[in-house]
Design a protein around this ligand. Sequence first.
Ligand code: ASP
Length: 321
Amino acid sequence: MVNSSSPELRRRVVVLGTGGTIAGRAASSDDNIGYTAAQVGVADLLGGIEAPDGVTLEAEQVAQVDSKDMSFDVWQQLARRCVHWLAQADVAGVVITHGTDTIEETAFFLHSVLAPSKPVVLTCAMRPATALSPDGPQNVRDAIGVATTQGAQGVTVVCAGVVHGGVDIQKVHTYRLDAFASGDAGPVGYVEEGEVRLVRPWPQGQAVPAAKILEAAAVQWPRVEIVMSHAGASGAVIDALLLHGGAGPLRGLVLATTGNGTLHHALEAAALKARDAGVSVIRATRCSSGRILPKAGDPLRDAGALTPVKARIALMLELLG
Ligand code: ASP
């Protein structure tokens, strides 16, 4: 009988580091907020973590950023490294360590361009690595558990023992360790002592044609901005955006609407002017749950259940063709 840890049965999980609080350092172990993110290398984050039986962990530093500063270049590099590793037969899945601030955007981007048949599991922490009781190590261990779960697939995010779908997840709390929610969709499952308890199917999707993003040396990302509708709104921000300044011509506009896709009349008038000038305009609700239910005669299309930040990514990918 072959031992479960014999080389021929070993599987790899590749852990890609991008920075974030999970890799953050503070001057004191009491300090959970006054730290500098993205200081500790991903290999060191794996230091005290025991891999599941028969699994080898491999670390690769793709970036080292505070995720509030996440860039398209890092996304492109991350997508490429996922494609590279997932193509290796012995790689069970990829884990990505990431900051919490934009993890939902990176997860949605990877879901959109990869729709992988193996698991890509993002994870993070709300406390820095130097905290008295950091949450990062358990989150990484849980993410590895998800990546090695039989049948796991798609892009998920694991935090505080909860597995969220990359399409649904949203950061909903500024401080709590369990800082995420999946809105009406609810979580995909829970990680309990390394085992996944699935409550709905693994995420599936259809990747948008990603060749341009994965292969081009430098992608010309179309400029898409988000403008929020609110009491007392005007068309001034849209008018200013149309003048385009130094950031390149405006190609797309996401309107963060009130409620079920509604807009202040002054903002709507400016948005229709932008649309008539050739800008792609889409409405996404600023509500944290629910979707825009379309009505006959809506003058501007809607993004359904996508939040404004995700609608922006979807629109950018659409404009990239
Ligand atoms: N600013 C940090 C980041 O997103 C916050 C965190 O990771 O919790 O990288």
